[in-house]
Design a protein around this ligand. Sequence first.
Ligand SMILES: [Zn+2]
Length: 431
Amino acid sequence: LKVLLKGGRLFDPSIHLDKKSDLLINGDRISRIGEELSEAEADRVVDCRALLVTAGLIDLHVHLREPGFEDKETIYTGTRAAVKGGITAVLPMPNTDPVIDSIAFVKHIIATSERDALVRVYPVGAISVGLEGKQLTQMGDMVSGGAVAFSDDGKPVMDAGLMQRAFQYSTMFGVPLILHEEDLNLSSGGQINSSLQATEMGLSGMPREAEEVMVARDVILCGLTRAKVHFTHLSSPYSVSHIIEGREKFPGLMTCDATPHHLTLTQEETLGYNTLAKMAPPLRNASHVKKLVEHLKNGDIDCIATDHAPHTCYEKSLEFEKAPFGAIGLETAFPVCYTYLVKNGDVPLERVVEAMTSKAAAVIAVPGGTLKSGSIADISCFDLETEAVYEPSMVVSKSANSPYFGKKLTGYPQHVFCGGRQVLAYGEAQG
Ligand SMILES: [Zn+2]
């Protein structure tokens, strides 16, 4: 099947592409880019004249909750939420029940995805058995079964000795470790960012140092072992400083991401005990956010990942200290970054698109993330004009815990293709 995307603004920073042109999909590949490609050649024509056409977005950090927490999300619903946000590949974290800590469970995720998923699902295996931080998993087995990275996300690896062995072990397979950095002795019991506001709200704080000391530790261990590491959901700009310093000594090993919410929201969102803004790591103060955005702008922060964390309405309606951490993010990742970061001129569009496409693909060395002819036809087409207030009724995910409800966003996707197949048409998930 040949599909012609007509007249879109084709945008791929990795090949310095930014021009109004046509793009021809042939089967599962991008066949050609050119002005005025013949419509007669195509089986179908999609009008993209008012749209920004990028490679499909790749999200390095999501929670699809299956197996074990299907009341929050499933591979079926979570990948439809991804499609709704222009995301064509996701990395589900292994903190499910059971934990994805053996080849059998990795294969189970892949088999379920083949049946249910609308986008590419690349499983992440656990670093430690049962996420208990005591014994390393069989990483080699899991890589051969299809795991693309390892993480104990949800929890840090507190034992530096175990972490060092995990780093050493992972170098045998060339896959990255995705690190949730938090010293539990510093953060434990904390509810929001350590601040006067926390004191005034009567909540215990999670200091940014809880993240920074672990990033510093793992930068050192990375230098020692030469492992490939990816620091995820960074909330403190001072964590990034440690990574910058580490990269100077040991180039080519360390990458990192921040979430849309840490780049756009501050701790004030939790005022009034708003559990939708209760995150781990917590939302920081305005000066931290400003510096974090600066790091995204100049490329110190390579990628944007959502940490899509669905929780039921019931859980999020518990009192603040009992409510779980996290927010959904797949459907709003691009609109939020476009509205809050690009539209007001803080971060160039190139940087945001690169952070969600080619830079993310490079971390796990998977195809995609580019519009280069010959590459896989994972493509997203965004409407950068229409403004719409984000409402719970728009949510496709099984859970509706978003801190962006009621906010005006621009940049929702209209059409999405995954492997040449149209999975979103006029804003509606297909199949
Ligand atoms: Zn985490």
